[in-house]
Design a binder for this molecule. Sequence first.
Ligand SMILES: Nc1nc2c(ncn2[C@@H]2O[C@H](COP(=O)(O)OP(=O)(O)OP(=O)(O)O)[C@@H](O)[C@H]2O)c(=O)[nH]1
Ligand SMILES: [Mg+2]
Ligand SMILES: [Zn+2]
Length: 379
Amino acid sequence: MAPKKRKIRVDLKKNRGKRARAGHELRQAVQQDRIDDLQASERVSGKGALTRRRTVITDVDEQTADHAAVPSLDVDLDRCRSGRVLSIVGSHQCRVQDEQGEVHVCAVRQILRTLSQATRNAVVAGDRVLFEPMPGQQGMIHRVEPRTGTLGRGSGRAQQLIVANVDLAVIVVAAAAPHLKPSLIDRFLISCEKGGVQPLICINKCDLAEPRHLLPIVGQYANLGYRLFLASAETGAGLEELRQALRGRQSVFSGQSGVGKTSLLNRIQPGLGLRTSQVSDDSGKGRHTTRTAVLKQLDGGGWVVDTPGIRQLRLWDVHPEEIEGYFIEFRPFVRYCRFPDCLHLHEGECGIKQAVASGLISTRRYESYLKILSDRDDD
Ligand SMILES: Nc1nc2c(ncn2[C@@H]2O[C@H](COP(=O)(O)OP(=O)(O)OP(=O)(O)O)[C@@H](O)[C@H]2O)c(=O)[nH]1
Ligand SMILES: [Mg+2]
Ligand SMILES: [Zn+2]
């Protein structure tokens, strides 16, 4: 089905401040779903009150429309080139690599920033864009192509996209320093499924733990069918397997600060030369060394995005009743719940609670479910 076009009225004054109110109006316009004719165009209207507004007709696909969707605007293709966003620099600039491999520093067209109010960032690493190169000065990004495979999180009242157009997310945790938080893995798994990205769990710093201490957690995720690697950027263990898994893929490394995401990448591809630093001695927490997501091409084919460590992962746009669906081992037991809208909390005759009581679902995973349901952060 051909994507339907949306007409969005954008307040021109919003470029001059009053952001909150203008953003509110825009969101309303999007929510009210003003769909109009099929010609993609952008024009400035010329009369009365309309002079302060312009109408943008976008080709957001109605079926896939969500907060990661990107309105596409009509642009002069002759002046533009296709490129991929390598990283964001400062608040409104990014580094874009064109198809010949040349890197351009570009600004992002204001209208794109206006239209991306539902997400905190108009452009993210991994985005495919159309940009106008300007020799000797910064270029301009005119269009962000529709995204597939995104990783995002809640940030304030908006969604913050971490990366776009990836097909594999390596969820990195450390066996120790910082201590392993399985509930964070559970959140990442949900975020991956939501964003259409295949997850791979990597337990790094295996040199710091006794293998037998890792077995329960390894067994748990392996039994659920998730792919899991044990690795050490220190000793090199598991790195060849990881390198193979990344070959030809468009991947992202994500996880807490200090777990060794960047160290792993530096070992997987010597020469990347990305900066790392020690976790702090007293807390064992990372120092947020990687400040911005950076896309790197891999020698063996494919590319990978190193991302800044996160403290927590607040899930975005996940409704209470859909959480159970992301816990794959819950699925066979839901049908034994007496109430169709059972959230498996205090309800009687609950198939999930019975499965937990009889050891068919792990207590840890059930507790993780409860935390996500109550939107509690775990530290
Ligand atoms: N013992 C041990 N230390 C490691 C290993 N991998 C990384 N480290 C150390 O852990 C510290 C943090 O590593 P980074 O690679 O900077 O961690 P990061 O996940 O990129 O952290 P952020 O960029 O802050 O998100 C560094 O001192 C690394 O040398 C490992 O496998 N074993
Ligand atoms: Mg890092
Ligand atoms: Zn139930």
